[in-house]
Design a protein around this ligand. Structure first.
Ligand code: AMP
Length: 120
């Protein structure tokens, strides 16, 4: 599958569509989900053109992979929902059966309240 440069998150990264930004550095952008499922529902995306987690792990640099993973801890600490506080859930949808709608890799972060036993 080829990366679709017109997906909504690519447009956000290019500044063509606004987002409610939480955090940004050289490697990642994080913003509030437009349709929040919990009190805090944010997305974290790599800045590179990666379709999903498998594409990312197969082709991204080690630096990009490390920065993407570490950004979760940085951002949850910023939002005061880290493991030092009440905690949170990270969820990543991959492909058709995984329910992925936007073909640019993104982690969902849910928190700010008890998020329940499991997402089904
Ligand atoms: P997924 O089903 O894992 O691909 O999730 C895509 C997520 O992107 C959904 O939770 C949407 O609510 C969210 N979303 C779609 N468009 C936007 C947007 N313009 N800004 C913020 N979140 C968005």
């Amino acid at each position: 599958m080829k990366y679709d440069k017109n997906n909504i998150f690519a447009k956000i990264l290019r500044g063509e569509i606004p987002c409610n930004k939480v955090y940004e550095n050289e490697y990642v952008l994080s913003f509030y989900d437009i349709n929040p499922k919990k009190k805090i529902h944010i997305l974290v995306i790599p800045k590179g053109e990666y379709i999903d987690l498998d594409h990312f792990n197969a082709t991204a640099s080690e630096k990009e992979i490390i920065e993407f993973t570490k950004s979760i801890t940085h951002i949850t600490k910023m939002l005061k929902i880290s493991s030092n506080e009440n905690g949170y859930r990270v969820l990543t949808n991959i492909g058709k059966d995984g329910g992925q709608e936007v073909p640019h890799l993104h982690h969902h972060i849910f928190g700010g309240e008890a998020v329940g036993k499991m997402v089904v």
